[in-house]
Write a protein that binds this ligand. Sequence first.
Ligand code: DAH
Length: 355
Amino acid sequence: MSDIKKIKDEFINKLKEDLDLNSVNQIKTDLFGKNGKISNEFKKLGSVSAEDRKKFASDLNLIKDELQIAISNKIKDIEIKEINLKLQNEKIDVTLPERSFFQGKIHPVSQVIDEISSIFSEIGFNVEEGPDVENEYNNFTALNTPDNHPARDMHDTFYLDVNKEYLLRTHTSPVQVRTMLKGKPPFKIIAPGRTYRSDSDQTHAPMFHQVEGLHIDKNINMGHLKGCLNYFIKEFFEVDKIKMRFRPSHFPFTEPSAEVDIGYKIKDEKIVIGEGDKWLEILGCGMVHPNVLRNVKVDPSKYQGYAFGIGIDRLAMLKYGINDLRSFFETDYRWLNHFGFDPLDVPSSYRGLSR
Ligand code: DAH
């Protein structure tokens, strides 16, 4: 058998094997590349005797064509195989039921922070924020808290270093300090956020939420404070009438200071706000102490005003009938699904599918 026939048979057989595209390309190079076997045969043409040359050339061309056709058929085969495999694996079964739709819920604390922010925004309060990690000065000293005050005690405060310079803020009141230090009066802000104390039982968690309020201007007095809180509580609980009492109290950063209770009664095992003869404490407040104003470079002979601090979790528990504070922070999806709020008004056909 001639050399070229041998080459042909060898490669036609090779192409019958189960090959991938890379191997076919390799065959192509082996045959037709610069030093390919067929290319080399063509190079021999010049040395073939004149009488054999014509036949050799025509045989060689035939074999070249045959091999090229075999190669391109093989490539087509491989491509078709690949497409079929893809079609099989990526087949869409249109008869399958749709995937269930899991809708997230808004946590009651986030919901209540939104409600509080929008109520106070309507009467001109801006929303401010401060960091959870505070320094001792903003959290205590600037707020006129004496060195020996029990709130500074290790048992109540989470200190972050041995020198007690940094701590997890024990209340949102340091945002008063931050706001007044960076701006000029008048100030009319609320500051909702996380707060921390070493405490844990049915009504206390080591992390909880407060909203601070501060209104400083030239003639702000306790009447304004009362009016503002009265308005807020009515709006928040969505009632027309509210029973509210101011009890004298003490906070280092206010003088005079008061705690505010609201009247309620229990009806059909539910709390009704604004009626009845029971009292529930919901916030601390007072007129900002002149020492605090001095500490933040506000002249107390020109400016005065009120501040308040409200426990947000307590408000959420009251409004939405939740009786264990700890459940707020257990990240139990079933609980959130029950007490949480829909972020959007989703179509009712989806609602049944949410977990
Ligand atoms: N910071 C106080 C607390 O955590 C609450 C409070 C009381 C805030 C009176 C105030 C205030 O701004 O005027 O118990």
